[in-house]
Design a protein around this ligand. Structure first.
Ligand SMILES: *Cc1c(COP(=O)(O)O)cnc(C)c1O
Length: 227
């Protein structure tokens, strides 16, 4: 068994235990293998182990990998900070953009999606712990921002994303994941737009089980999977 396959077994076990506690099933959680700095050869090993959804956070790094792995037909999610002038390069290559946190970027995604004849699924990034070093909206801005996005017909807002603080103890992030879940529920209760947000992209290698216990529907796992 490859190291990746062994890692995946461990992760799936831990995910299963966490998912059970929430009364959901494994089918309710999407594992995104984060492949930044991971070579295409290693990504092929991930595919062989059964992971076919990958997250990348830099456009320059993503494009050659996308090209090289195209015939494997993986699904790509863009999870990192995105500059407006790079949107055009990824718009027809990713299934979801997790990092929408300002109107200018949203407008560019909407415009490029329209030109490509698609509707792009997006998540709104929240700076849940108010860290200076992180992108994302203040939680108080989330509802008005989501409502503003409703007017853009080539964007579909699926939910919220956060990058929790880097902590030693995963339990330390539980309050932030709880806050994210509550924010999602609040938005769904108070918004006047017509569809429900269902996705919570939160939890990384150090804290994905806690995130799942608190309602994550997508976990973004890099180091625990590929070393
Ligand atoms: C790198 C990265 C991850 C994965 O982090 P690990 O701790 O290696 O699992 C998840 N999300 C984003 C946005 C990242 O940049």
């Amino acid at each position: 068994m490859s190291d990746i396959a062994a890692n995946l077994l461990t992760i799936n076990d831990a995910m299963y235990t966490a998912v059970k506690k929430t009364g959901r099933t494994m089918g309710d959680i999407k594992l995104i293998g984060v492949t930044k700095t991971v070579t295409p050869e290693r990504i092929v090993q991930l595919l062989a182990a059964g992971v076919n959804c990958f997250g990348e956070n830099r456009v320059q790094e993503f494009l050659p990998k996308h090209e090289c792995l195209q015939h494997h037909m993986p699904t790509w999610h863009f999870i990192g900070h995105l500059q407006r002038n790079k949107v055009k390069f990824i718009i027809d290559k990713v299934a979801m953009i997790h990092s929408i946190d300002n109107m200018a970027l949203a407008l560019e995604v909407d415009k490029r999606a329209s030109m490509a004849g698609i509707v792009m699924d997006i998540l709104v990034e929240i700076n849940i712990a108010g860290e200076d070093s992180k992108h994302g909206l203040d939680p108080s801005q989330a509802l008005p921002f989501v409502q503003e996005l409703t007017g853009l017909s080539n964007i579909r807002v699926k939910g919220l994303m956060c990058i929790a603080p880097f902590v030693k103890e995963p339990e330390d992030n539980r309050p932030y994941f709880k806050k994210m879940h509550k924010l999602l529920l609040d938005i769904n209760q108070n918004n006047t737009h017509n569809h429900c947000l269902t996705e919570l992209s939160m939890g990384m290698s150090g804290d994905y089980t806690v995130a799942i216990e608190e309602g994550a529907t997508m976990v973004r796992i890099g180091t625990a999977l590929v070393g």
